[in-house]
Ligand binder design. Structure first.
Ligand code: AKB
Length: 315
C-alpha cells in the first residue's frame, strides 16, 4: 500500500491538509512528520507520525522507506518576516530542507511531490496589479529568494529525474485551526482573534495596504486538486493562485459587520516594506485553464465563516 507523507503537518496548512487528505484517501494512507510533537500543537490523528526535522536527511529517508511513501507534501518553511530576522536560517531550512526532500525522492522512487511556493517570489520590479504567472521574479526578501530558488530546483528535478512535482504560489492563507507564524500576511488571521477576544486590533500594516489572500478550505482544495490533475493538460510547473484581494481597512470594515464595536489602529512596522514589495492582485487564469482551479470564498463569506468558527473556539 503506497502512502502520502505530509512534512510540516503541525503547521497552519499541514494541520488542515492532513484531515482533508485522510477524508479523500483514507486515514491509513496519510503519514506525517513535523519538528514539533503534535501534542504541543494542534495534532491530528495520524496513521503514522514521526517527530523529525526535514534537515535530518537520514531520518527522513528512513521514514519514507519504512512507510512505503510515494507522494510527499513538503510544507516545512520559514516565512517572510521571520526570514528577514534570520536570513541564514531561512536559507538553510527552505533550501536544504527542499534539497533533502528532492534527494530522498530521487533515490526512493517517489512519484509525486507538492511544494508550495509563494507570492513572495515577486518583488518591487514585478507588476503589482493582476500579476501574471510568467513575469519578473526579483524578490527583495530572503524568503522570496528561497522560493524563486526552490521553483528552479523543483523544475530541475522534475525534468531531469521525471518526478511529477507541482507547485502553487500561495498568497496569505486565512484560517482558524492553527495560527500562522512569522508571515507578513499573518495580520489577516490575527485581526479575527483580536476582534473576537478584545474587539480591538493594532495592525502592523498600513490601512491602505492591499494583499492577495486565500481561505484555507480553498487552499487545501488546490493542494489536493493539483496532484490529481491530468499532467497532459498542465504546461506549467508553478501556478499563481488567489482567492481575494483586500486592504487592511476593507477587512476591518467586513469584520465590523459582525462585531460592530470592533476598532483598529495602524502601527506599521518592518513588515510594511515586505508587503509593499508584493503584488496587490494576482492573475491565476493559468491554474483555472490548465487544472480547473476555482476558489469558492470571497471576503464576505470568509469573514462570516471565520467569525462563526472563532466564536465557537474562543468564547
Ligand atoms: C508570508 O506572509 O510570509 C506568507 C506568504 C505570503 O508566503 N504567508
Amino acid at each position: 500500500m503506497k502512502r502520502i507523507l505530509v512534512i510540516g503537518s503541525c503547521g497552519q496548512i499541514g494541520s488542515e491538509l492532513v484531515p482533508a487528505l485522510q477524508n479523500v484517501e483514507g486515514i491509513e494512507i496519510v503519514c506525517a512528520t513535523d519538528k514539533k510533537n503534535p501534542q504541543d500543537g494542534n495534532g491530528s490523528n495520524f496513521a503514522c507520525f514521526d517527530q523529525l526535522d526535514v534537515l535530518d536527511y537520514d531520518a527522513l529517508e528512513n521514514f519514507v522507506k519504512d512507510n512505503n511513501i510515494d507522494t510527499i507534501y513538503h510544507l516545512a518553511s520559514l516565512l517572510s518576516a521571520t526570514g528577514e530576522k534570520y536570513p541564514q536560517t531561512a536559507w538553510n531550512l527552505n533550501i536544504n530542507g527542499l534539497m533533502n526532500v528532492l534527494e530522498v525522492a530521487r533515490k526512493n522512487d517517489i512519484k509525486r511531490i507538492v511544494w508550495p511556493s509563494s507570492i513572495a517570489v515577486f518583488g518591487p520590479t514585478t507588476p503589482r496589479e493582476n500579476t501574471p504567472n510568467d513575469t519578473i521574479l526579483q524578490p527583495s526578501t530572503m524568503y522570496g529568494i528561497t522560493k524563486v530558488t526552490g521553483e528552479l530546483m523543483i523544475t530541475y528535478y522534475a525534468e531531469k529525474y521525471g518526478i511529477n512535482i507541482r507547485s502553487v504560489r500561495l498568497p496569505g492563507i486565512i484560517s482558524c485551526e492553527t495560527l500562522p507564524g512569522g508571515g507578513t500576511t499573518d495580520y489577516a488571521v490575527e485581526i479575527f482573534y483580536e476582534a473576537i477576544k478584545n474587539q480591538h486590533y493594532e495592525c502592523f500594516l498600513e490601512k491602505t495596504t492591499i494583499l492577495p489572500m486565500l481561505y484555507m478550505s480553498d487552499c487545501v482544495k488546490a493542494l489536493i486538486q493539483i496532484i490529481q490533475a491530468d499532467p497532459s493538460r498542465m504546461h506549467h510547473r508553478v501556478y499563481n493562485l488567489t482567492g481575494m484581494s483586500f486592504s487592511c481597512a476593507e477587512l476591518a470594515h467586513e469584520i465590523r459587520k459582525h462585531i460592530p464595536d470592533f476598532t483598529i489602529d495602524y502601527k506599521p512596522d518592518s513588515r510594511q516594506q515586505i508587503a509593499d514589495s508584493w503584488p496587490m492582485t494576482i492573475d491565476d487564469s493559468l491554474a483555472r485553464e490548465e487544472w480547473g482551479w476555482k476558489p469558492i470564498y470571497t471576503i464576505e463569506t470568509m469573514a462570516l465563516d471565520m467569525v462563526q468558527k472563532l466564536r465557537k473556539k474562543l468564547l
